[in-house]
Design a protein around this ligand. Structure first.
Ligand code: S3P
Length: 443
């Protein structure tokens, strides 16, 4: 349990946030499938990414993840064995709380010559896996839900010959897209994954840097396709992981909520498929500037954010929906917190995917916002927040969802009285030093 009070003074200064979670997972996975060594700097040492390391160790990959200084920078080295170098695990692969590990690994395992079983914690065992089993089985794989409930544990019978497919995913999901692409690396033809909007494209960017023939095409209506031509060897490379925009989002929100604040958040990934929060908050009146932008490989920049009063468009309302949703899906809980303090009504729609994240984030965000005195109602695909009601401290139930714990720690800074985050340890999943970093800014 951690107790937080309303911020007594503005938040000022520089912050570095830990490495991007999505990019860190992929650096280990693709490094393992490449020939030769991959050196990773900026890697996120959090529970989720350590689950990915653990799975690959069980598949026979040597990974030096003791932080050892190379030119003064902590580096993780993955000794990749090539696409066909994994060996059969002698136990079930355990992915903890990580949906990315579970779904992307399943794509890799579906193409191996050996059998495997993969599962995670109680939250993972409730999350939908049909969305990956259907396309993988269409490719010729044999993957099934052990309990027959379309959830993990998943069992994979190995030794199947995979075929490239053209798959139309009804939702924009980088986990589904990446799972299919990883299986597609082993297929005998081209793989195309269509989605209604471009989901985060870290897989495409990073696989290209390992030598794969993969690219995105985006249609006029914003729908997208990832096209992979298999056959190119993957070769170990160097990866520098930028800071995670999803972690930076908590400090962006904190600075926007506490009057007089000004924060510079350094070296944050600003890939356009992840940056919806910045453009949406700017439309709501946020003073946010990107400095020192570097667009080589994964774009990165320093984010300067100054306290601002947020407002709506016409009729004092603001709508967030459509193609913006996939670009800020993990930031919606903290955006909902900000919306509760904004001077307008905010409608979040087209975000039914929130229900199948680490918790049902429509229900859990609404429950905790209400506990703090906000005027908010859930909808089938989002929520309606009538901003401007004063927030008060409350006991926050996180449901072991890291993004809930961090979002409501930010809410506490604008709430009268004490807010207690009942289970704060879940921040280990993506940002182990979050409370320490926040406290440093509050002193
Ligand atoms: C992720 C994709 C997103 C996101 C998750 C990480 C990834 O999930 O919510 O936190 O690394 O590919 P979906 O693909 O289910 O939208």
């Amino acid at each position: 349990m951690i107790a937080l009070e309303k911020a007594k003074r503005p938040l000022k200064g520089d912050v570095f946030v830990p490495g991007d979670k999505s990019i860190s997972h992929r650096s280990i996975m693709f490094g393992a499938l490449a020939k030769g060594t991959t050196e990773i700097t900026g890697f996120l040492e959090s529970a989720d990414c350590l689950s990915t390391i653990d799975c690959f160790k069980k598949l026979g990959i040597l990974i030096d993840h003791t932080i050892r200084p190379t030119h003064g920078v902590p580096t993780i080295t993955v000794h990749g064995k090539g696409l066909h170098g994994l060996s059969a695990p002698d136990a079930t692969l355990y992915t903890g709380n990580s949906g990315t590990t579970t779904r992307l690994m399943s794509g890799i395992l579906a193409a191996q010559p050996f059998d495997s079983t993969i599962t995670g914690d109680m939250s993972i065992e409730k999350r939908p896996m049909k969305r990956i089993m259907t396309p993988l089985n269409q490719m010729g794989a044999d993957i099934s839900s052990v309990l027959g409930n379309d959830c993990a544990p998943l069992h994979i019978n190995g030794g199947k010959k995979l075929h490239g497919i053209s798959y139309r995913n009804p939702v924009a999901s980088a986990q589904v897209k990446s799972c299919i692409i990883l299986a597609g690396l082993y297929a005998d033809g081209e793989t195309n994954v269509f989605e209604p909007a471009l989901s985060r494209n870290h897989t495409e960017i990073m696989l290209s840097s390992f030598g794969a023939d993969i690219h995105n095409e985006i249609a006029r209506d914003g729908s997208a396709v990832a096209i992979l031509k298999p056959g190119m060897p993957l070769v170990g490379t160097k990866i520098n992981v930028p800071g995670d925009i999803s972690s930076a989002a908590y400090f962006i929100a904190a600075a926007l909520m506490v009057p007089g604040s000004e924060l510079l958040i350094r070296n944050v990934g600003v890939n356009s498929t992840r940056c919806g929060i910045i453009s949406i908050l700017k439309q709501m009146g946020a003073d946010i500037t990107l400095l020192n932008r570097d667009d080589s490989q994964e774009s990165r920049a320093d984010i300067l954010v100054k306290y601002s009063e947020l407002h709506g468009n016409q009729n004092n309302r603001f709508e967030i929906g459509g193609k913006d949703i996939p670009t800020m899906i993990d930031e919606l809980p903290v955006v909902a917190v900000l919306a509760a303090t904004a001077g307008c009504d905010t409608i979040i729609k087209d975000a039914a995917e929130l229900k199948v994240k680490e918790s049902d984030r429509i229900a859990t965000v609404v429950e905790n916002l209400k506990a703090m005195g906000a005027d908010v109602e859930p909808t089938d695909d989002g929520m309606i927040i009538h901003g401007g009601k004063p927030l008060h401290g409350a006991d926050i139930r996180t449901y072991n969802d890291h993004r809930l714990a961090m979002s409501f720690a930010v809410a506490a800074l604008a709430a009268e009285g004490t807010t207690r985050i009942i289970d704060d340890s879940c921040v280990m999943i993506s940002y182990p030093s979050f409370f320490k970093d926040l406290q440093n800014l509050l002193q």
